[in-house]
Design a binder for this molecule. Sequence first.
Ligand SMILES: [Zn+2]
Ligand SMILES: [Zn+2]
Length: 256
Amino acid sequence: MLRVRTPSASRRVSSVRHRSTVLTGGGRLTAIHAISLGFDTCYVLRDRGVIAIDAGQPKRSAAFARGLDRAAIRTDEVGLLVLTHAHWDHMGSAAAMRALTGAPLAVHRSEAGWVQQANPPLPPGLTAWGRIFMAVHRLALPLIHLAPAPVDIVVDDEPWSLEDYGIPGVVIPTPGHSPGSLSVVLESGEAFVGDLAMNRLPLTLRPSLSIFGDDVHTLKRSWRRVVESGARTIYPAHGRPFPVEALAGRAADRDR
Ligand SMILES: [Zn+2]
Ligand SMILES: [Zn+2]
């Protein structure tokens, strides 16, 4: 069962752009709060516990704090910060958000060093537009100051249950956009996939696999893994959520 509450028209806090509540398998309610942290979105999940997924651009911890406040979540209730991957726009405020919440920071083994040394690479473009976009992006990266963050939990390639953090779901490896990309999939079918898929201009016109990445075949394999894990609604880091069917067929066809 899926119940979605859309924000009221009178909502004035732009940092919380989207909120929904889903019934989990056990009949509990998992609240999903979307907090804009610049170019991308941090998703905060609240069930028996609270976790935050992704840490946005640099200098966005105040926006994160405002988003938590709007969602009536205290900073010390956040029990875990998970990075879907450690590109600059996902780890930018990790150190500040970790300090704000006191929560451990979890990153896949192959990208932990990027966070600790604040030196993530940029991924190659996988499409013509992706290559053009990245070429421009590459010029701007030296202007962006990134703060290193300690990594408290190094995630490996085994599925990792979030039950200990009060969240009925699992973290699974979904490489392709980056070597250590992770997705969080709830038992109730919501999948938080980072940059495995995108749904936002100027990146993509519609729900699409990432236009950047290390390897398109790995990317597609990871997408199939997300679908096979029971995902019904995809929450990309860039753009609005979409039903898995919006991409399932086209993703399998794409080969470039
Ligand atoms: Zn990325
Ligand atoms: Zn991104």
